[in-house]
Design a protein around this ligand. Sequence first.
Ligand SMILES: [Mg+2]
Length: 353
Amino acid sequence: MHKKYIHIDMDCFFAAVEMRDNPKLANIPLAIGGTVSERGVISTANYPARCFGIHSGMATASALRLCENLVVLPGRMSVYKEVSQQLHEIFLRYTHLIEPVSLDEAYLDVSNSSCCNGSATLIANDIRKIIFNETNLTASAGIAPLKFLAKIASDINKPNVIYVIKPCEVIVFIKNMQIRKIPGVGPKTEERLLSMGLKTCADVQCYDFSSFIKEFGKFGFSIWQRCHGIDDGPLCIDPPRKSVGVEFTLPNDIYSWDKCCSIIESLYPELESRLIIYSPHKNISGHGIKFKFDNFKLTTHNHAYPILDLTNLLSIAKNAWDIRREGRGVRLIGLHAYLPNQLKMKQLQLNYN
Ligand SMILES: [Mg+2]
């Protein structure tokens, strides 16, 4: 069975978010980057700016020389992170095998996904549609049986498109592919390759292995492998999450249980919405509260419980408030829930089957 990898890449992400939030920026050359006085560089340019030859990594000063009307914004990292989290939540509806590459880029392994009848192409199109509906931003997607090919595919015909490399097309695709398309091969390596008469992967396939490694070393081995259609294997998945939580530092220390109670009630919906990303039915192995007192001492109070529940959390909190506070003011309140032990759940399912 072939693997099915999807590489999702948002189209000029930082700039696209700014254009979405301020339509006046939509059709003018726009870039996100540092200022000239800080010797800043461009991190993202929109398409009108790219028409002037402006690209990421370029010094802001050079970009302004190419286009004097270029609008350069410092960027709003917290907003980009929020959108990135939204994207991650969309991916999770299709698979838990996600390798985030950056805020706007991720690999998904949908080899065993039953969504969309298991079609990676339909899943990718679904994801692109949902991203647009929920964030008003466009994404490109590449699909391939090899990870690095999925990344190369997502860059073909960008923006707002999907490109599929079918398993039966891999051999021909790689043969004709220019080596510089391989992630990590920059202009300097390309120059050296060209000087050796190597332009396409087919050229490398015909080249002597030991001379190639002698010339390019360890990195050469990775180029060699990719030119021969060998991938670097499964995704690097985050370790499974054990808990979710929310915390709030109070503007003033509090001494009244009623106030504490209303703060917990206001934090609860956020905890709930974070939990359902990982546990849609709010199943947990336990939950609890955290207080930081006015002398900065911390206390946590946990309780084994099968489902997230506000009334139960409040009674845990009341307990800690009465027994552990000892008259001190409270400066921080946190709520957390422990996710069910995945391994135990699997074993239980096996036992029931
Ligand atoms: Mg991108």
